[in-house]
Design a protein around this ligand. Structure first.
Ligand SMILES: Cc1cc2nc3c(=O)[nH]c(=O)nc-3n(C[C@H](O)[C@H](O)[C@H](O)COP(=O)(O)O)c2cc1C
Ligand SMILES: CC(C)CC(=O)C(=O)O
Length: 356
């Protein structure tokens, strides 16, 4: 495979149409979904020349975890729909690539089993846990305890989902339930029996404060698009922001993640890491996002495509393709390290380029 797009095509052929569409789809007219990728194509890079060094250092510290490159894996649900090895394959591949895996609360494998699979590859594998706050605080607390016991070193609280997004592809297929034998394994053995994942508009900053007080793990807020929310998050002492529109799966009228990034990076002003996901498909996308102020970027669907195409090996290919492309793009930009990626390198494509 020579590009992520090729792995996507193989995955499309392998997957049952209803499962492919669950993974690929977005909300409503899928405007945000498409814009996530298109927005990168509207931007251009103005490379610097004569770097004077053949060494390029691309490792980055993410809340105490060393990642070998500024690309991590964003949380996506139900990996066993993509491949029978599911999240175990993903965990091994991400550990082998020495980067951070954000495990989805809606995984079809428990967080404990994912952690064991990752640690068997690399005892220092970095695993974070994504959480939808549940209105029953006992449930949330138990999930946090399981993630902590599994050795997760940060919690990523998804805050862009007060209600479920409307996915018309799923409705068309009548795809509402996981096939027999697959389940959201983290939701078993909870008070009141197995639970569905709840999304709740009742949640407020107070609930986040409560979580803050109940754990010593760093907390990242995922799904921030409004600069004012980023400011509030930093002022209230949260440890990181993940700029995301949920891969275009929640509110369809939102901007592309990369277009929302600059204002948020400005408000945050380097006080906490600003992460981004949505539409990252090429090494040049990673360069653009870092230049516009991201500390690192996440990939969602490409991991699912790698998994569906070739299990653990497919996920490794995705990560190694992006690593290679990023390093190459950094070299072509005259960069020696991540600090060289500054916002003067980015401009808009087209006649406006001269006006910046
Ligand atoms: C099939 C699928 C399932 C997802 N499940 C979750 C989830 O369980 N929790 C969450 O916070 N985000 C979830 N997301 C959103 C991703 O974390 C991420 O924001 C998005 O996929 C990034 O965009 P990309 O797919 O263009 O890389 C999911 C996305 C997809 C495509
Ligand atoms: C189980 C779902 C809530 C996972 C999700 O966030 C998504 O499909 O976008």
């Amino acid at each position: 495979m020579i590009s992520l797009a090729e792995l996507h095509e193989v995955a499309r052929q392998r997957l049952a149409p209803e499962h492919y569409d669950y993974f690929a789809g977005g909300a409503a007219d899928e405007i945000a979904l498409e814009d996530n990728e298109q927005a990168f194509r509207r931007l251009a890079l103005l490379p610097r020349i004569l770097p004077g060094s053949a060494r390029r250092d691309v490792a980055v510290n993410l809340l105490g975890a060393w990642a070998s490159m500024p690309v991590f894996v964003s949380p996506t649900a139900f990996h066993r729909l993509a491949h029978s090895d599911g999240e175990l394959a993903t965990a091994r591949a991400v550990a082998a690539a020495r980067t951070v895996l954000i495990a989805s609360m809606a995984a079809t494998t428990t967080i404990g089993d994912m952690a064991a699979a990752a640690r068997a590859v690399d005892p220092d594998a970095a695993l974070w846990f994504q959480l939808y706050l549940q209105s029953d605080t006992e449930v949330t607390d138990l999930l946090v305890r399981r993630a902590t016991d599994a050795g997760c070193t940060a919690l990523v609280v998804t805050v862009d989902s007060p209600v479920f997004g409307h996915h018309e592809r799923d409705r068309r297929h009548g795809f509402t339930d996981l096939p027999e034998g697959l389940a959201a394994e983290n939701m078993r053995d909870l008070p009141g029996g197995p639970r569905n994942i709840e999304m709740s508009p009742v949640l407020s900053w107070d609930d986040l404060e409560r979580l803050r007080a109940s754990t010593s793990l760093p907390l990242v807020l995922k799904g921030v698009l409004h600069p004012e929310d980023a400011r509030l998050a930093v002022e209230r002492g949260f440890d990181g922001i993940l700029v995301s529109n949920h891969g275009g799966r929640q509110l369809d009228a939102v901007p592309a993640s990369i277009d929302a990034l600059p204002r948020i990076a400005e408000v945050v002003g380097g006080r906490v890491p600003v992460l981004l996901d949505g539409g990252v498909r090429r090494g040049t996308d990673v360069v653009i996002a870092l230049a516009l102020g991201a500390t690192a970027v996440g990939i969602g669907r490409p991991v699912l495509w790698g998994l569906a195409a070739d299990g653990e090996s497919g996920v490794r290919q995705v990560l190694e393709l992006l690593r290679g492309e990023f390093d190459h793009a950094l070299a072509l930009c005259g960069g020696r390290g991540l600090a060289d990626l500054t916002k003067d390198l980015v401009t808009v494509r087209g006649p406006e380029v001269g006006k910046w």
